[in-house]
Write a protein that binds this ligand. Structure first.
Ligand code: Y39
Ligand code: FE
Ligand code: FE
Length: 230
């Protein structure tokens, strides 16, 4: 099995591995920090669900601490400046939407796109992670499904009123995800994560989410590949 061979080949202490890890680990730490802030912002936009959203935010700050420990365990210093730049386009779009009270756009960015990206990345990472990081990531990914589910449930309950804004937000934000993936595919590969596997897992999660919310198969095909080829 090529996958098993790949696992045996990974030297978690090589300079090459640690260099790639300094960026991927930073992305994950920054992503968890921004997710914490985003769920607090969403709590302001959805006061009826504020307690639940504060609960999701708490999970994100726990995730951040877990991934910081993963970096320390490998004696890697995360490149936080790289990570902030990596997230800045999505970060800005979320901030703008929040300032305009565009709850639907905020939910699409954080609870659908970013959560699906996280779920895909963590699922693909788990089989190739070091033992310490694997245990942490297995715990984290369970929570990410709850976060995705929060967005799905809200958008499903408000589907007709949200549909047009979801389409627009998808068009504006999904191409950014593909660009983000292009920026890290070489580093991800060093960690044993194949770009095709990441794309495939993301498309499955995101397509399922759109389906659960109420989109037709035809809509999903059109929406989920948007910006992939550019
Ligand atoms: O909801 C969350 O916890 C998500 C913020 C965390 C983001 C994870 C971003 C993962 C991208 C890693 C790319 C590796 C190839
Ligand atoms: Fe998280
Ligand atoms: Fe999350």
């Amino acid at each position: 099995m090529p996958q098993l061979e790949a696992i045996q080949d990974i030297d978690f202490h090589s300079e090459t591995y640690k260099d790639a890890y300094s960026r991927i680990n930073a992305i994950v730490i920054e992503g968890e920090q921004e997710a914490y802030e985003n769920y607090h912002s969403l709590g302001g936009l959805l006061p009826d669900q504020k307690d639940q959203l504060v609960g999701l935010a708490k999970m994100e700050s726990r995730h951040k601490k877990g991934f910081e420990a993963c970096g320390r365990n490998l004696k890697v210093t995360p490149d936080m400046e790289f990570a902030r730049q990596f997230f800045s386009p999505l970060h800005e779009n979320f901030q703008t939407a929040a300032a305009e009270n565009k709850t639907v756009t905020c939910l699409l960015i954080q609870s659908l796109i970013i959560e699906c990206f996280a779920i895909a990345a963590y699922n693909i990472y788990i089989p190739v992670a070091d033992d310490f990081a694997r245990k942490i990531t297995e715990g984290v990914v369970k929570d990410e499904y709850l976060h995705l589910n929060f967005g799905e449930e809200w958008l499903k309950a408000n589907f007709e009123a949200s549909k047009a804004e979801l389409e627009e937000a998808n068009r504006a934000n999904l191409p950014i995800v593909w660009k983000m993936l292009n920026q890290v595919d070489v580093d991800a590969k060093v960690l044993g994560m194949e770009r095709e596997a990441l794309v495939e897992d993301f498309m499955i999660q995101y397509g399922e989410a759109l389906s659960n919310i109420g989109f037709t198969t035809r809509d999903i095909m059109r929406m989920s590949a948007y910006g992939l080829a550019t």
